[in-house]
Design a protein around this ligand. Sequence first.
Ligand SMILES: Nc1ncnc2c1ncn2[C@@H]1O[C@H](COP(=O)(O)OP(=O)(O)OP(=O)(O)O)[C@@H](O)[C@H]1O
Length: 316
Amino acid sequence: MIRVSHLSKRFGAHAVVQDVSFELAAGETLVLLGPSGCGKTTLLKMLNRLVEPDSGTVEINGLNVFEQRPETLRRGIGYVIQQVGLLPHYTVAENVAVVPRLLGHAPAAIAARTTALLTRLHLPPERYAAQLPHQLSGGQQQRVGLARALAADPPIILLDEPFGALDPLTRASIRREFRELEELRSKTVVLVTHDVTEAFELADRILLLDAGQVQQLGTPRELLFQPANDFVRRFFAAERLALQLRTLTLGDVFTEEAATRSAGPIPLPFTTATTVHDALETLTDSDAGASTSFSVAELMAAFGQALQREEEAWKR
Ligand SMILES: Nc1ncnc2c1ncn2[C@@H]1O[C@H](COP(=O)(O)OP(=O)(O)OP(=O)(O)O)[C@@H](O)[C@H]1O
């Protein structure tokens, strides 16, 4: 759906994005990750022509974006930024309706869509639709920003540090909602963050940048277990264990064992796709009262073995 070829951009003598190429299939989520100032935002903005590149091409559905009118292009691509950028004198509902209005959608259809989106994003319309942005918390404003980006149902959504301004707790819970949002499942998403955990939670693939250059493009698992260079290794070093817990699933950990267990395969409420991290959270949460056929100690032992298997496999 998106094909980026040899994209470069300088600001004066500063080469901010250097020869970046990637392809993204429909429905995939790509996270642009890297230290502050590495060129993530500039790269993202070249996708919807908020920044014009010096060289290289961007194709969306086979069409060169530089041959389209920027306004037309942007109406077909949802865009969410950290500062949210809601129109201060428009109500929540009016903010959400901006792009559908520009596109000339019928008022009744816009109203129905707005109601549905606000409901799904936990902003009951009867309470929030008529409020102004300044009456909302930061997290609520973020949700309105997301609803606005989704309003015209664009196939592509670009997000620039969408959870950046939030406290860690709100951030984690909005991220979870975001991951579970049905609306986004079918979308092609490009998301900028400098938060490693966020990248691992949301990405199908991660493009790790440093000083405008691609250091590695791959799945979280590939970046973690098969780092392309020292920069990649160092970038994840401090959070390596936490990321491994989020990357390996019960399916990875219990593969051989589960097959031979008399208790059967992975017990409910878990599935083979549950991450070790999530399983540990459930096991250690006494309120959840999960009755499982394995203990925390068994899980950690199996996790340790799985890590060894994984590292051996990549070495080969
Ligand atoms: N319009 C501009 N004019 C001059 N320099 C710019 C402009 N926009 C960005 N830059 C510079 O380009 C570099 C990359 O900026 P960019 O915003 O793409 O980085 P980033 O990786 O998104 O950083 P952060 O995570 O801090 O937002 C920075 O050094 C920035 O100062």
